[in-house]
Write a protein that binds this ligand. Structure first.
Ligand SMILES: [Zn+2]
Length: 142
């Protein structure tokens, strides 16, 4: 629609988080250059180091035998009655957290990122063997 000569307010320059690229608006976060959710990561990595980190964890296609974290979540929910205390968040913790910024609890817990940002993990993690023998024990030690 044509503007009938009325001056429009110039939108303030968009500031984005140097870590995740999301738009940030609050004064304190704009000054810091990253949002509150990325503050913990900022202590650990520079933006360039974080990019390098994710580069190492990026795959173009789902590796053989891997499943998405979403699919694993469904398995976990289905097995919750059989494995007391089992939750997807405990498992994600063993992958190095939501953003995989911490080392995995075990190499088999390494999470990889797809180009669509979906995370994939080894399918073994969705087996009862993993739930009982490995992860649950591992989590209790964390
Ligand atoms: Zn961020």
């Amino acid at each position: 629609m044509p503007n009938k000569g009325k001056p429009t307010a110039t939108p303030a320059a968009k500031v984005t988080c140097t870590y995740c690229g999301k738009t940030i608006t609050k004064g304190k976060t704009v000054t810091a250059g990253h949002g509150a959710r990325c503050a913990a990561i900022a202590k650990q990595f520079t933006p360039a180091q974080l990019q390098q980190h994710y580069k190492k964890l990026s795959v173009a296609v789902v590796p053989q035998g891997f499943v998405t974290v979403g699919a694993l979540d469904k398995v976990v929910k289905g097995q919750r009655h059989a494995v007391p205390g089992l939750t997807i968040s405990k498992m994600v913790k063993s992958f190095g957290g939501d953003r995989a910024n911490l080392p995995p609890a075990n190499p088999i817990c390494t999470v990889y990122y797809m180009p669509n940002r979906h995370r994939v993990v080894h399918g073994w993690l969705g087996t009862n063997e993993a739930f009982f023998d490995h992860l649950v024990l591992k989590q209790n030690q964390l």
